[in-house]
Design a protein. Sequence first.
Lengths: 194, 120
Amino acid sequence: MLFAYPREFRFEYGSEMTQVFCDCYRDSNSRGTVGELWLRVILDVIQTAPLERWETLRKGETMKNVKRDALGLLACLAITVVALLLLGYGRKHEVGSILMFGHALDAIVTAGVISNLIIFGLMMATQRSTFRTALWSLLIVNGALLLISTLIGSRVDPSFSFPTIFIAYLVSFIFWLTIHWLWSQIRTPTEPVV
Amino acid sequence: MARERVDPEKLLPLTSSVFHILLALSDGDLHGYGIMQEVSEHTAGQIKLGPGTLYGAIKRLRGNGLIVEVDERPDPELDDERRRYYRLTDFGQKVLKAEAQRISKLVSVAQQKRLLPKRT
């Protein structure tokens, strides 16, 4: 539940809040009122976490990063749109050099849209390190899409080739990871990483 | 100090939780859980501060110079050294007094309106 609070607040008071909760839990356990404690704590988080987040946003530094991240998200979407257009053009005009990378472009578009929206959402919610969030989100999304493509493709497409799909999602993973790594290098360096 | 030049009245009225936290610290230094227990005791269990409310208030009180964190511990032998203790500052004392007076005036008005019995 501590992740509902801004990073700076967690860094300053997180361990103390945990200790206070443990003290309260011990106390409530001996009185048999653990349920009441949980309810009180959940209501307390709902009431106070948005206030702390709003206060942190008002301070400005986080806001700067929010703006940069929004810009980053737009850049990611622009890359996705370009890849999509390129793929559409290649298929329409049967451009061999583009179609050769067709599966990879497909993977870049699909994984790009899903994972970048997830990454942006997670960064807004948790304000955790950009690169680590991106790494895990990309790994999970690309892995899940590879699994889905394999399950569906092997049943409906007679020319389905697992190595091709695997390479496509590997290329997509490396491509987006590189973009996020470059992005994390230009993000506010003073920001503490949790 | 710069805080001393700030008029305590400017920070009034205090929120209920802040007033009770300052009141708890007026008897001496306390850690977070100690403050919680003291507030619960003062209010006969009517106000039970949650960790978020408590530390949010502590953050703002420290920021406004009403309380400070102290290194000294009442009894280091019996205490967990990970706990942090807080102390009411002189400015915090002034703000607490000003709030108590404000509430006292409200009580007087309520007494004049016969909502409360007058003290003998």
